[in-house]
Design a protein around this ligand. Sequence first.
Ligand code: GLV
Ligand code: MN
Ligand code: MN
Length: 413
Amino acid sequence: MKLEIDRDRLVRELDALGAISQELPPVVTRVVFTEADVRGREFVKQLCREAGLTIREDAVGNTFVRWIGENPGLEPVATGSHIDAIPNAGRFDGTVGVLGGLEAIRALAKAGHRPRRSIELVIFTSEEPTRFGIGCLGSRLMSGLLDPATASHYKDRDGVSLDDARSTAGFQGLLSSVRLPPAYYSAFVEMHIEQGPLLEQHKVPLGVVTAIAAPASLKIRIEGEGGHAGAVLMPDRHDAFLAAAEIALAVEQGARSSGSRDTVGTVGVCDIFPSAVNSIPSRARMEIDVRDTDDSRRDAVLRTIEQACAEITRRRGVQAHVEIVNADPPAHCAPHVVDTLVESCETHGLPFERMISRAYHDSLFMARIAPAAMLFIPCRDGVSHRPDEYASPESIAQGTLVLAEALARLASQ
Ligand code: GLV
Ligand code: MN
Ligand code: MN
């Protein structure tokens, strides 16, 4: 089989998808179910239709694009990623796995390959937690690891419910119908940018992921007492923001003192109310992300944050409500899918490195319902979740070539 990746077309498509944004280029912001997300989905689906593939969408907008194999009764092999993007993001996070997955299918078809199993490209809904505060919404529901009743109560910051948001974007039906039947896929492979610096530093073109670190997130709401910034004297204050600020430092301290460099903690959201320069903040709302390769060490940090929060709020005379939104276990990739990726790199003479993923991905949840692994390509300076995120056309093409090879191998098993 002579596999040829149409690198220029793929790069053009990534650029075109990157231009579909809620902001002006080069900033990519494509929050789930916004008009930009819907346009991005339409763009990808049109490319899939042009490639002659069949498309199905579920109630939460997960999109399944199937290339039917010789034996359609066998469990398909799947690949895919996401196209939603956090505020102020770049062009490659997620999109490389979606458009690269499509190009892998097109390259296999052009090479005259006919897979034994069907190959399915999955575009997962809301891998990013921006709108509803929880990452991997689509794959959590697909894998049955998120209760549909809990999900339907999710609201965004403007109070719009998940049900209303998905229906505005054209997705209706019961969330319970999103869950896939057991053993639905025979294997799952996701290609993604590394989002870290190791491949570039080691001058290795590809990464084969063997495990994905365990993410957790918390929401904390603090209720203090507002008042006039001139009239209320310092000893009389119950400033919600100052409690939040101390909690933020406790997050940093908890992550730094865990005993491992693998623990990371971030306060990515802190809104204060009423947000006026001459008004003491009466409310604060924080969203906190804590991760580790070891979930028990991560959980110990979560407990430290909760204890610090209790102490700080007591001392400051404010009230706090702490919600652990998710605390997921790490994922371990399936040895035979890892081996297939390794053999695919070797077949094409491309050096690779085994690595863990510190970012989370839909593969974290797919790994719970199917044998799964990931393929990483380098990104410049390890930069991601920023507009200057960049992966070279050469890296994208190399990753896509290996992905195509791996899909062909997995689909023939
Ligand atoms: C995914 O975007 C993550 O935050 O790891
Ligand atoms: Mn991301
Ligand atoms: Mn991603």
